[in-house]
Design a protein around this ligand. Structure first.
Ligand code: NAG
Ligand code: NAG
Ligand code: NAG
Ligand code: NAG
Length: 295
């Protein structure tokens, strides 16, 4: 599901239906760029990237195809590029069926599912979510997908809209940065179970190379160092009701989604593999031997 502010209304009408990996949000016709080389390993030369995820990685088509048209100016919920846009390089060609097994499959999902508690939906049943995630990944594998790059969930308790909303409803403890502890704890538990499952999947799917990427840590560091990185603060945002002059001064675009400036920092921090398990850059995420060796 997408997670724009308006969206919470839609979700209520759906009667709390939870959807994990519900749809293909963006099919990115690109090659992978960026990331440092790894000694002794050849670059994977992925001919295409297929992304599955929520609005954090929706470049426009997913939301429009499933829920409502995306809005100007960018056709996505951001003032510019998303993390996925920093991963791909435009080759102006459609991927061919023979590329499916050589492509990189990126997955960035779970943020909305981890919100459920706040909006009165049943507390997320984390093991159930993880099982559903596994089933989705298994289907991609059955269709021939082999290289998977999995983003964990970022710190929901630091998202300005969510923070404002929950603090308006109840008393919550905040951490040293002002983020809501309880929401981040749900995410951390989800991420822990996701990581455990990835390790298991490496054994269950013998031909897959699966990289787990700790986006949570990158985003949390960004929040902690907001001012020194040139942002006005950890919780300011660009649009709530209105537009703002200088989006790059804010981490958050609309209270839920990051700005291009913040996404760029996140992308730089994850692409070289320093927060990946195994620690390979995205350009080398096809090497099964590295995956199995390290886990
Ligand atoms: C991709 O590259 C082609 C050829 O250079 C160009 O015509 C096209 O507009 C580009 N598409 C995007 C989305 O940048
Ligand atoms: C898991 O998937 C099943 C089958 O699609 C669905 O009924 C269930 O609600 C999902 N669970 C969660 C927690 O999303
Ligand atoms: C937007 O502004 C209007 C008028 O100031 C206000 O009534 C409304 O609640 C605001 N909406 C949001 C989402 O803040
Ligand atoms: C990865 O990139 C980040 C951000 O550019 C940098 O701080 C970090 O030192 C790099 N790590 C490695 C192992 O290259």
């Amino acid at each position: 599901m997408s997670c724009g502010n308006e969206h919470f209304k839609d979700r209520k009408m759906e009667g709390g239906k939870i959807s994990l990996l519900g749809f293909l949000v963006s099919l990115v016709f690109t090659r992978v760029v960026g990331g440092a080389g790894v000694k002794g390993l050849a670059s994977c030369n992925f001919p295409a990237v297929y992304n599955f995820g929520d609005s954090n990685s929706d470049t426009g088509a997913g939301l429009s195809a499933t829920i409502r048209p995306t809005q100007p100016p960018k056709g996505r919920i951001c003032d510019g590029r998303l993390v996925i846009d920093f991963i791909g390089k435009n080759t102006s060609g459609l991927p061919r069926p023979e590329d499916f097994s050589k492509a990189l499959y990126t997955l960035d999902i779970g943020q909305n599912d981890c919100y459920q508690a706040l909006f009165g939906y049943p507390t997320p049943v984390i093991p159930d979510l993880i099982n559903n995630f596994t089933a989705a990944l298994q289907s991609l594998y059955d269709e021939g997908g082999r290289a998977f790059w999995i983003h964990n969930v970022g710190p929901n308790g630091c998202l300005p809209f969510i923070r404002r909303k929950i603090l308006g409803q109840k008393q919550e403890t905040l951490d040293k940065n002002g983020c809501v502890n309880s929401l981040n704890e749900i995410v951390m538990e989800y991420n822990k179970q996701l990581k455990d499952r990835v390790i298991k999947l490496r054994a269950d799917l013998p031909d897959a190379s699966i990289t787990y990427v700790d986006v949570y840590t990158v985003k949390y560091n960004l929040i902690s160092n907001a001012k020194s990185l040139g942002f006005t603060g950890p919780f300011t945002q660009c649009i709530y009701n209105t537009t703002c002059e200088n989006p790059s001064m804010h981490i958050s675009w609309d209270g839920v989604h990051y700005t291009e400036a913040a996404n760029h920092i996140v992308a730089k921090d994850i692409l070289n593999g320093s927060l990946s398990d195994p620690p390979v850059s995205i350009t080398h995420a096809c090497h099964k031997s590295v995956s199995s060796y390290l886990s």
